[in-house]
Design a protein around this ligand. Structure first.
Ligand code: DPP
Ligand code: ZN
Length: 865
């Protein structure tokens, strides 16, 4: 496979100011006729014009009004030597959407035709300059059978439609905003429509339309509400208004990504759009709200201002994730959102950054750009934007956004252009800060402290430990406070100047000290509040101090963090005891600290549900000196069991208190109450009592919403009981024909701590509701199994071989999904002995496949290196 480098970027030789497409859909193929207005884009001699095109049946190419012209055709390009600097080409080709199982370009999902063109799908529709710095005004005519395809949709405004002979009809769409072809979309099918409207702050009425399979009309309300909230929020906080008169969303079942921000015509994976209380959990409702927002926010950060090239992907993704995180935080509980975002960052991005496929948020090279839609580009990218926000503050950040749109609206730009806008608006210099864009790996910040009793000073020293030899020191913000022994915030005084009780320090050099004055007693520091930088904090903190911060820190994130650090210390001790064949004993200080939190009056239920949960298995194994998920899982269970036992009465009582039978309403408060209640249930089922199994069984049977029903099922999945089997069987019978809901049934079993195995997976892939061609099902069965660390890393290597075989199967028709699953082998470097040999064999089996896609090759070869 070829490696493509950022340093080789060159401006396009030609531009395509205008694109007119006609797409005729027939039974056995689709015919695409394109009329491209092309213009030379440099002052030198005319060069050849190389149009991208893959998997296309070429029919003809000519200048408008002429016969044929000389051309050269290979499996990747159509090349001509232009006769002038400004001309119109007419090209015809055919494609086969029905057999397009890679789900890129134009393909069939169920009975619907739809497109996915980011990053490089458009070249599978027609010959084109498929690169994001070529922006064009599109007019699209679609023709199809009117019975099978009553809806014909594309970007922009419908300007014409009508009947044709032979039961066919047509629609013509015009998008007034020039865009790169990755934002082109087309949908044809028999879809139900649910609509609504939104009036913008300048008084324009926007029609909102959601298109879904017939029968799903009652699952659209939440997406529409979320869309209206997003439109309003973007006006209020970012002063950004929608620009077309129509906003359409289409939900399809077969989709590689979560959703796609095509101009005026978003296409969504149905899991990320459709919800009602019976078919979606709180987590689904929350996620849908944030993805609807994310795609909507792309209209400005992504579409109006787009990326010059795909190395700049984080320009739009990091920024848009930051925006959707802020939206969720403003609408729900900011503290809970931050904790969940950081948890997700650590469990996915930190792991990626420590593994074989680590890359900077702005990669310097790639083999297959599809492999770079990663937690690093997205979530770490958002953290980088957040650090700028933390250092310059909201009002300067908004001035920076204004500057960004002033300078770059309608353009395809780079991450430097974004940072430049922020520098101009804030008067700051971010030259050093830009290292966050080009260096990979999570930096560690070591902190030591010293209290000088005579001088009443407290000194904090921060030292950066970088990941790679060639790395240079980062510029990063440290938000902090100091607590006195009563848990009160102390005034921060440095060099005689007061900074209130919370401030943001900035690190620039490899070691920096800060001296806080006027302190009568040794304070307890609370550092990196709200996780102000994506780093690993290394600081020796006594268990007593962690317990203290868990009780008193005014920063919710650090309160949570103190508990997690305390629990991890304890789990580490338990792991050691298990390794040494000693009887593991849980420390009373830890149990007391968590029991106190559970009863604390100064924390809400949503927070408690997060803070009382033991650290994730991933976050534990990432810190292990020797990677051993089986021992980590055992230690984790010992701690959970001890917490359940120590708080049994309280958990049982509070489970009842919140077991209300009110109608389901999705909002932050109710979501918090439900998560607390279900956390109680989850702990109770760690105790081997028939009463608690009945409790879960009863909740499963009588729940009036999927959140509670599914939580009961998951609680039962921790047990080996007939109640477990009955609930699983019932769930399957109820939802087997529902493409979205049944996926939860696969994921819950594949990921279960008890009962999952390679044998189970082989049984589940044969049930009728499974379909390997559907990416959601692959993610929910094989993806969930590969993320079930004790199972995937089972001693006999069976997990590795199962997943390797599936990657090989997927590689033959959907390389993108195959490559995604290949990332499961990321712990290769941490393995030892026979375990490593087993994984090596599995990886070598993949590498040996004929016709291995560049997608899979890139991931696996880098893993083996
Ligand atoms: N559809 C993906 C996203 O919105 C890629 N743009 O992040
Ligand atoms: Zn995005």
């Amino acid at each position: 496979a070829n490696t493509i480098y950022l340093k080789d970027y060159q401006e396009p030789d030609y531009l395509i100011p205008k694109t007119q497409l006609t797409v005729e859909i027939f039974d056995d193929c689709a015919r695409v006729s394109s009329r491209l207005s092309i213009k030379k884009n440099h002052s030198g001699e005319r060069r050849e014009l190389k149009l991208n095109g893959e998997n296309l049946s070429f029919i003809s190419v000519k200048y408008v009004g002429e016969e044929s012209i000389a051309y050269d055709l290979c499996d990747k390009y159509l090349t001509i030597v232009p006769k002038s600097d400004d001309f119109i080409l007419e090209i015809v080709n055919e494609i086969d959407p029905k057999n397009n199982k890679a789900l890129e370009g134009l393909y069939q999902s169920g009975d619907i035709y739809c497109t996915q063109n980011e990053p490089e799908g458009f070249r599978k529709i027609c010959y084109y300059l498929d690169r994001s710095d070529v922006m064009s005004s599109f007019t699209t005519r679609i023709e199809a059978d009117k019975v099978d395809f009553p809806r014909l949709l594309s970007n922009g405004n419908l300007i014409d439609s009508g009947e044709m002979t032979g039961d066919r009809h047509y629609a013509v769409w015009e998008d007034p905003f020039p865009k790169p072809c990755y934002l082109f979309a087309l949908v044809a099918g028999d879809l139900a429509k649910v609509d609504d409207n939104f009036t913008t702050k300048s008084g324009r009425e926007i029609a909102l339309e959601i298109f879904v399979d017939h029968g799903n009309e009652d699952r659209c309300e939440h997406a529409l509400e979320s869309l209206k909230k997003s439109m309003k929020w973007d006006e209020d906080r970012f002063d950004l208004e929608y620009d077309l008169d129509l906003y359409m969303i289409v939900a399809v079942d077969a989709f590689n990504m979560g959703a796609m921000e095509n101009k005026g015509l978003n296409i969504f994976n149905s899991t990320c759009a459709l919800a009602n209380p019976d078919t979606a959990t709180d987590a689904n409702f929350f996620r849908i709200e944030s993805i609807i927002a994310h795609e909507y926010f792309h209209n400005w950060t992504g579409n109006r201002v787009t990326c010059r090239d795909w190395f700049q992907l984080t320009l739009k993704e990091g920024l848009t994730v930051f925006r959707d995180q802020e939206f969720s935080a403003d609408l729900n509980s900011r503290a809970v959102c931050r904790i969940e975002d950081v948890r997700a960052l650590r469990d996915s991005q930190f792991v990626e950054d420590a593994g074989p496929n680590a890359h900077p948020i702005k990669p310097a090279s790639y083999m297959e750009i599809n492999n770079f839609y990663t937690p690093t580009v997205y979530e770490k990218g958002a953290e980088v934007i957040r650090m700028i926000h933390t250092m310059i503050g909201e009002s300067n950040f908004q001035l920076g956004m204004k500057k960004y749109f002033d300078l770059f609206d309608g353009k395809a730009v780079t991450t430097e252009d974004f940072v430049h806008s922020m520098e101009v608006a804030s008067g700051r210099d971010f030259k050093q800060f830009k290292r966050w864009y080009s260096q990979s790996g999570t930096p560690t910040v070591q902190v030591t402290s010293k209290f000088d009793e005579g001088a009443d000073t407290f000194t904090l020293t921060f030292t950066q430990k970088l990941k790679n030899k060639s790395d240079q020191v980062y510029h990063l913000p440290v938000k902090l406070g100091l607590l006195d022994s009563n848990g009160e915030e102390l005034e921060l005084i440095m060099q005689g100047k007061s900074f209130g009780t919370e401030t943001v320090l900035e690190l620039h050099t490899d070691s920096q000290s800060f001296v806080f004055e006027g302190l009568k007693e040794k304070p307890v520091p609370s550092l990196f509040r709200a996780f102000s930088a994506p780093i690993i904090l290394e600081m020796e903190t006594k268990r007593e101090d962690l317990a203290f911060l868990l009780s008193y820190d005014s920063d919710s994130f650090n309160r949570y963090e103190a508990g997690q650090r305390l629990a991890k210390l304890e789990i580490e001790s338990l792991c050691e005891a298990l390794r040494d064949n000693k009887v593991p004993q849980v420390d009373h200080l830890v149990l007391d600290a968590f029991s106190k939190l559970l009863r604390s009056a100064n924390a809400d239920e949503a927070f408690k549900a997060l803070a009382f949960a033991v650290p994730s298995l991933v976050s534990i194994t990432e810190q292990q000196k020797e990677f051993s998920p089986v021992i980590a899982q055992k230690a984790r269970e010992i701690l959970s069991h001890a917490l359940a036992e120590a708080n049994e009465d309280y958990l049982a009582e509070h489970f009842n208190r919140y077991n209300a039978k009110e109608n389901y309403v999705f909002n932050a408060e109710n979501m918090g109450l439900r998560s607390f209640k279900n956390m109680c249930l989850h702990y109770l089922l760690k105790l081997p009592k028939a009463d608690y199994i009945s409790l879960a069984q009863d909740q499963y049977d009588t729940a009036n919403n999927l959140t509670d029903r599914f939580a009961a099922l998951q609680a039962l999945l921790q047990t080996q009981s007939t109640a477990r089997d009955e609930a699983l069987e019932h769930f399957y019978d109820l939802w087997k024909d529902d493409a979205i809901v049944i996926n939860k049934w696969f994921a819950a079993q594949a990921g279960a701590p008890v009962g999952s195995s390679d044998q189970l997976i082989k049984k589940l892939e044969n049930v009728e509701a499974f379909d390997i061609q559907n990416p959601n099902k692959v993610r929910c069965l094989y993806g969930a199994f590969a993320a079930n660390l004790p199972q995937f890393h089972k001693e006999d290597g069976s997990g590795y071989h199962l997943i390797a075989d599936k990657i090989i199967e997927l590689n033959s028709f959907n390389p993108q999904i195959a490559a995604g699953l290949s990332k499961a082998f990321k712990k290769f470097g941490a393995l030892k002995g026979q375990q490593k040999d087993f994984m090596k064999k599995a990886l070598e089996k993949i590498i040996a496949v004929d016709d291995l896609s560049p997608d899979v090759y890139e991931i696996v070869s880098k893993t083996l290196k």
